[in-house]
Write a protein that binds this ligand. Structure first.
Ligand code: FES
Ligand code: FE2
Length: 440
């Protein structure tokens, strides 16, 4: 082995993240990925879905929680539940489709029946279990519930751990991003519209989550899509022509360093954070008169000004959910392997708003987040190249040191830095280290 390629030595877990740098193995080592699934994804609050996806009694919606199949249900008394998608008999997956409405569940294998809250309702030839003392009322005959479930303004999270902070305490400072998205609905409620854009990344889940508040990349990575669109629009439409909706959405991705610096970064406990605030790439969309009127009627002009003044870009609820309140889209992170991640993108309707708003959100998702979009593949290529590049032994460390001494504590636990800072990376990886080293 040459001097340039010293024998690889894996550092201890506690030494993989330092204040100003991170070891490449946290993105490439399959054993670390398994540990993450147990110590981060198996412990903290993970996003499951939105209550509007199970709006009516008897509704169900299936998804995964830390790779485990689960069912979110609404029982016939209106209560919300998150159950493991496993029959209490011999373990067959109870629900095979994505969503629907039922009186009760019936397992496809031996027809054990379960209420929407998982309670066993009937067992064929139940008397056969008499000697064993098992009846349908025995908790062992019921579908098991995920240990903890919480909902914040319709956003449902669950935890595979019995212990830990309650949902609201865990959300901390980023709960305000959900507040603002809800406030943007004239009726004060959100609704996930049917359909999901799902696409697979050949890269580690952390690259996606870190990139969302990486303000040094858009003007470079998105030259191929955003800058091209700007140049062509200018040439075809004329310099001063108003931008069509698609260009209004795509153009700001190649704003200047100064623009993204000014957007700023906010960081909170548990790895959460957001970019933007006073300004963001979503701030200059054209007004929709009918929407403004509906908002003014619902809240009054002064309050509406306050609501629209909150102009956040991406908010990260570390590790599983990212939202864009100003354009009503969310993305859900589902790690599959150390180098494979599924990202699901959903669009939300602002209840009480004209359809134009929803159309804009769908247009945004199509252009930026869908599997055949213009902007997302730019990022995906960068994540894939990181995944490939970090296999090399050239250097084991990645710096996190940009503007390392410039964080400003706006209030206890709430840090601010200009957009080009590495604050968001440091903050997420600080939480990563805390989770990974926590005692059971
Ligand atoms: S495995 Fe479900 S009833 Fe037997
Ligand atoms: Fe990007």
């Amino acid at each position: 082995m040459s001097e340039l390629q010293p024998a690889y030595r894996q550092p201890e877990l506690a030494d993989l993240v330092e204040h100003d740098r991170v070891h490449r193995s946290i993105y490439t080592d399959p054993e670390i990925f398994e540990l993450e699934m147990a110590r981060i994804w198996g412990k903290t609050w993970i996003y499951v879905g939105h209550e509007s996806q199970v709006a009516k009694p008897g509704d169900y919606y299936t998804t995964t929680l830390a790779s485990q199949p689960v069912i979110m249900t609404r029982d016939h008394e209106g209560q919300l539940h998150v159950l493991f998608n496993r029959c209490a008999h011999k373990g067959a997956q109870l629900v095979g489709d994505d969503c629907g409405n039922l009186k009760e569940f019936r397992c496809c294998y031996h027809a054990w029946r379960f209420a929407m809250d998982g309670r066993c309702v009937s067992i064929p030839l139940e008397e056969g279990y008499a000697d064993a003392g098992l009846t349908k009322d025995d908790p062992a005959a019921s579908v098991r519930k995920v240990p903890r479930v919480g909902s914040y303004k319709g956003f449902v999270f669950a935890s595979l751990s019995e212990e830990g902070p309650d949902l609201e305490a865990w959300l901390g400072g980023v709960a305000s991003s959900i507040d603002n998205m809800v406030d943007r609905a004239p009726d004060g409620e959100l609704e996930v519209v049917p359909g999901v854009m799902r696409y697979e990344h050949d890269s580690n889940w952390k690259f996606f989550v870190e990139n969302l508040n990486d303000m040094m990349h858009p003007m470079i990575v998105h030259q191929s899509s955003s800058l091209t669109a700007r140049v062509v629009a200018k040439r075809e439409l004329g310099k001063d022509a108003p931008l069509p909706p698609a260009l209004e959405i795509i153009s700001p991705f190649t704003e200047s360093y100064a623009f993204f610096d000014d957007m700023g970064l906010h960081a909170f406990d548990n790895g959460h954070g957001y970019s933007g605030g006073k300004n963001s790439i979503h701030a200059a969309y054209s007004d929709v008169e009918a929407y403004n009127e509906a908002m003014n009627q619902a809240y009054g002009e002064e309050r509406v000004k306050e609501i629209f003044a909150v102009n956040r870009h991406n908010t990260v609820f570390y590790p599983s959910l990212t939202i864009k309140g100003a354009i009503q889209t969310i993305r859900v992170v589902k790690p599959v392997a150390v180098d494979k991640t599924i990202i699901e993108s959903y669009t939300l309707r602002l209840r009480g708003a004209p359809d134009e708003l929803l159309k804009r959100s769908i247009l945004y998702c199509n252009l930026i987040n869908s599997s055949a979009n213009l902007v997302g593949p730019d990022d995906q290529e960068a994540y894939f190249r990181q995944q490939e590049g970090l296999k090399t032994q050239g250097d084991d460390w990645i710096p996190l040191s940009r503007d390392i001494n410039s964080d400003e504590e706006l209030e206890p636990g709430h840090y601010y830095a200009k957009g080009s800072s590495d604050l968001a990376f440091r903050n997420q990886l600080k939480a990563w280290k805390q989770y990974m080293l926590a005692e059971d």
